[in-house]
Design a binder for this molecule. Structure first.
Ligand SMILES: NC(=O)c1ccc[n+]([C@@H]2O[C@H](COP(=O)([O-])OP(=O)(O)OC[C@H]3O[C@@H](n4cnc5c(N)ncnc54)[C@H](OP(=O)(O)O)[C@@H]3O)[C@@H](O)[C@H]2O)c1
Length: 438
């Protein structure tokens, strides 16, 4: 265990609550998590019922107190909105504290100001949760893909609109009806404008563009068209022509040659877009998000997963906190590596007996084409409690037949026992395929 790192949480709502529940249950996570201590938390309403039980003296309604608290080393801003979030982030930076934020609205509009303040104070501001919720995309763009020339970043980065579009396509439902139901289910806000007018997606693509291409663009210049004017008949016509309609956010370079001018020409846009069925973004449905990065030499790489929600977003916030904690522990302890970058094991692991592993199976047998063979095979499985999902005979000829079985989930030991019994049946000449099945 390394030195303790005090975390100041600004906000204990959906995301803040998710972060606190990770930090209060460090078991089975990277050991660095247990070095993180929730030192102070700011909320708006002290009387609100919380799922996280905190000692009263750690809670305050004054977020500035959290930023100033000497026990707080890293400030986590999950209040949302522009102010007071921007001021609190700048205050934390001025106090020499690194910041983690999930706030795309503030980063898309004031990211440059915040980055410059952080650079001159020598602290980090990390924003993994601001785009794509739980999907790691910010760190990959900054680090893992750093050797590439990025040509294009495009994606489905708003779960609410993707949920609405998926239901419109699947059920031929009208926009207004699906929106009303999404609001009832909590997938859309009472005021859905930021989502359905494409503003949230525009914030996020402005942030991704800055990281992909190395320079910021003016957020208010991003051409933005949402889905509120989209008609069900266009979704239907698109489907009949072999396309899905997705709210795509795109940032792409407009010149592939090496740039001699100081300013790289880019196109950014948010727009309902027809996506062909063989495109990787076509299958991204419901509240899921996906970001496709195209670059040289990597080609295409796609990041897919849950774009919002307490757990996924907290996963991204905690990843950022861990990055800061790792750097801090390495710099505080000369000769010690950053525990996240170092490839060391931190506990012992061992493989279980393969016979105990449970999964579904696909098997194919060659048999004689005799009456009752399916029944005999079925009994061998049934006697060993191997439950069958389907059993089908193919290619029956005088020479024989093929029987294909898909099982429900069973242990390898049960399966091996059943296959052993089947191989002793006179009418079975061989087990000709044995595959796993999800
Ligand atoms: N929700 C998601 O799935 C998601 C996904 C990605 C990014 N984000 C971003 O994460 C941020 C937080 O979102 P959220 O959904 O967690 O919001 P939320 O549920 O509304 O939580 C906001 C929290 O901030 C507290 N708060 C608000 N104003 C405050 C003030 N002036 N002083 C002290 N505390 C204050 C609230 O206190 P009370 O609890 O007392 O009201 C609440 O605990 C936003 O920037 C959002 O865009 C959210």
């Amino acid at each position: 265990m390394g030195s303790r790192i005090g975390i100041g949480l600004l906000g204990l709502g959906t995301v803040g609550g998710g972060v606190a529940s990770i930090l209060f249950s460090p078991q089975e996570r990277h050991p660095l998590v247990s070095d993180l201590e929730v030192a102070r938390v700011a909320v708006r309403d002290l009387n609100r019922a919380r799922t996280i039980d905190l000692p009263a003296d750690r809670l305050t309604t004054d977020p500035h107190e959290v930023v100033r608290d000497p026990a707080v080393d890293v400030v986590v801003e999950v209040i949302g909105g522009i102010e007071p979030a921007r001021t609190l982030i700048l205050e934390a930076i001025a106090a020499g504290k690194s910041v983690v934020t999930a706030n795309k609205a503030v980063i898309a509009r004031h990211g440059q100001e915040i980055a410059e303040a952080a650079a001159s104070a020598g602290v980090y501001v990390l924003i993994e949760a601001a785009v794509g919720g739980g999907i790691p995309i910010i760190e990959p763009l900054k680090q893992s893909l750093g050797g590439n020339r990025i040509d294009r970043v495009s994606g489905i980065i708003n779960g609410t609109t993707n949920y609405i579009l998926t239901r419109m396509a699947d059920e031929g439902a009208a926009y207004d009806d699906v929106l009303a139901e999404a609001q009832k289910l909590g997938y859309a806000e009472a005021d859905p404008a930021a989502d359905v007018d494409g503003l949230d997606a525009a914030d996020k693509i402005a942030i991704l563009s800055t990281l992909a291409f190395g320079g910021a663009v003016e957020r208010s210049d991003v051409p933005t068209q949402g889905i509120s004017q989209l008609q069900g008949r266009d979704v239907d016509y698109a489907r009949q022509l072999g396309y899905g309609v997705k709210l795509l956010a795109v940032a792409e370079r407009m010149a592939n040659e090496v740039q001699t001018s100081r300013s790289l020409p880019l196109s950014l846009r948010v727009q309902p877009t027809l996506v062909p069925t063989d495109h990787p973004l076509f299958g991204v449905n419901g509240v899921n998000n996906a970001i496709l990065v195209e670059g040289e030499p990597i080609g295409r790489v796609m990041f897919y997963g849950p774009g919002a929600g307490a757990g996924p977003t907290a996963s991204a916030v905690v990843a950022d906190i861990l990055n800061i904690a790792g750097i801090r522990q390495a710099s505080d302890n000369p000769g010690r590596l950053d525990p996240l970058l170092a490839a060391g094991s931190w506990r012992s692991c061992s493989l279980v007996d393969p016979g105990e592993v449970r999964q579904r199976h696909y098997v194919r047998f060659n048999t004689t084409d005799t009456p009752g063979v399916i029944g005999s095979i079925g009994s061998c499985f049934g006697d060993r409690a191997v439950s069958i999902q389907s059993i089908v005979q193919f290619n029956a000829t005088a020479a024989g037949a093929e029987i294909v079985v898909i099982t429900h989930e069973v242990s390898q030991r049960q399966m091996d026992d059943a296959l052993n019994a089947i191989s002793n049946l006179a009418e079975v000449s061989g087990l000709t395929a044995h595959l796993g099945c999800l």
